[in-house]
Design a protein around this ligand. Sequence first.
Ligand code: SAM
Length: 227
Amino acid sequence: MSVLYIVATPIGNLDDISHRAINVLKSVDYIACEDTRTSSKLFNAYQINKLTFSFHQHNEHKKIDHVMNILNANQNIALVSDAGMPGISDPGFLAIRAAHKEGHEVVVIPGPDAATTALVASGLPCDRYMYEGFLPHKKGRQKRLKELADQERTIIFYESPHRVVKILTELCEHFEEERMAAVARELTKKYEEVVRGSLIELKTEFENRDSIKGEIVVVVSGKGYSE
Ligand code: SAM
């Protein structure tokens, strides 16, 4: 029986790859990459020379058959995304489901992800949390925020830098302005920062910046939390 390995890769700092991840990437027959060019930086750094093919949100439905054909031919595949854990706001789920259904083994090689890194860095309760990922850009966005307002667990949102003020403004509207939150930016990278404060303080802080760059996670405490 062949194996589909789901391999977590760094979210910025290439040193965050595990020994086991490197060994697996060196041992498989093929590596399915969200973007082969992006992953080549990691592969070059660790002398990983394997056959790669692209597996991203625009071709994953079509590429499932290719993945299954390889597994059915008794060859092993590793699946990586551009950063972090495949399947977490990234391609992966469809391949994992198909591999399970066809009786192949699925092995996850754990590693970094932006959500739990930001959650722990935020200093907000992390005993119970909810991963929300990206909100819809337009349709359904306000409805979803309204639904989340009563959530008692800490909530984790992924957001692009040019929408961070927008999400903080919306959170101020739908949640209480004084709700504690944190914006984690560029985690594990040179300009890493974690800014904590109430939603209104964070909105003011980011509104007043000349530019906001990099990758961002917004962590918001659950309803009823105070410190
Ligand atoms: N699979 C990834 C994971 O495990 O976290 C997430 C991929 S998703 C397409 C990309 C989003 O993750 C970014 O827009 C940002 O919200 C978040 N992200 C990824 N790397 C980050 C970093 N170094 N610092 C902060 N947020 C990051």
